[in-house]
Unconditional design. Structure first.
Length: 232
């Protein structure tokens, strides 16, 4: 999955609507197509925003808004309240849509997209190029890529695998290459020596499992003696 990019993951045939589309028509579209969001595209083909289920629910909830009390009115923010009113009472896509759309270009790595979704707390990102919509990557798309069969790594030699494991360890501050020794036999990685903790042992196992060509991991490390802790 690490080498996959937005262009490999995205759904290219994305349903879109123009800004003037009625809210009720959008709700019907989401229900009929079984989708949770629809990008809003203007007449020039540029992305103007996106209408999600959350936007429609906010619109529905806004119908039950009650007038603010006199005390709350004293601290009201007119601009903010006017914007909220428009979004919760609007009748077209341009009124209720989320304008701050998170987008990526087609060459964005899957790992970067995953970080964006986690950081922003969103379920999808749009794939755009020169402001034009190319596709959409959802959480489901990322999950499908995660569980897809890994491409065959070929017959990598044990020496190449060992060097790849050591290179990966050197990138991680917690992976001590001085006390933990690496051996590879028939594509099975064996760790020898000492480890600082069970957490480090687990981390080394996962690190090795992610190296292309590795068929198994054997942990033969021992808890680090006290005198080595003091010297480390």
């Amino acid at each position: 999955m690490t080498s996959l990019r937005a262009r490999d993951l995205m759904t290219a045939d994305v349903v879109t609507v123009p800004p003037a589309t009625p809210v009720l028509a959008i709700a019907r579209l989401l229900a009929e197509r079984g989708i949770s969001a629809v990008p809003v595209v203007d007449a020039d083909g540029a992305v103007a925003g996106i209408v999600t289920e959350a936007d429609l629910i906010r619109r529905l909830a806004g119908e039950d808004d009650k007038p603010a009390g006199w005390l709350a009115s004293m601290f009201a923010n007119p601009a903010r309240d006017a914007e909220r009113y428009a979004r919760t009472h609007g009748i077209t896509a341009k009124d209720v849509m989320t304008e701050g759309v998170v987008s990526v270009d087609p060459d964005t790595l899957a790992s970067v997209i995953a970080h964006l979704m986690e950081e922003k707390g969103i379920r999808r990102v749009l794939v755009t190029q020169d402001g034009r919509l190319k596709g959409l990557v959802s959480r489901a798309d990322l999950l499908r890529a995660l569980v897809a069969p890994a491409p065959e790594a070929g017959d990598l030699s044990d020496d190449r695998i060992r060097r790849a494991v050591l290179a990966a360890m050197k990138k991680e501050p917690w992976a001590d290459t001085f006390y933990a020794l690496v051996d590879v036999k028939d594509a099975v990685v064996e760790f020898h020596g000492f480890s600082r903790s069970a957490a480090v042992q687990r981390g080394l196992r996962v690190l090795a499992e992610n190296v292309p060509g590795v068929k198994g991991v054997v942990d033969n490390t021992q808890p680090m003696p006290t005198y080595l802790f003091a010297a480390a």
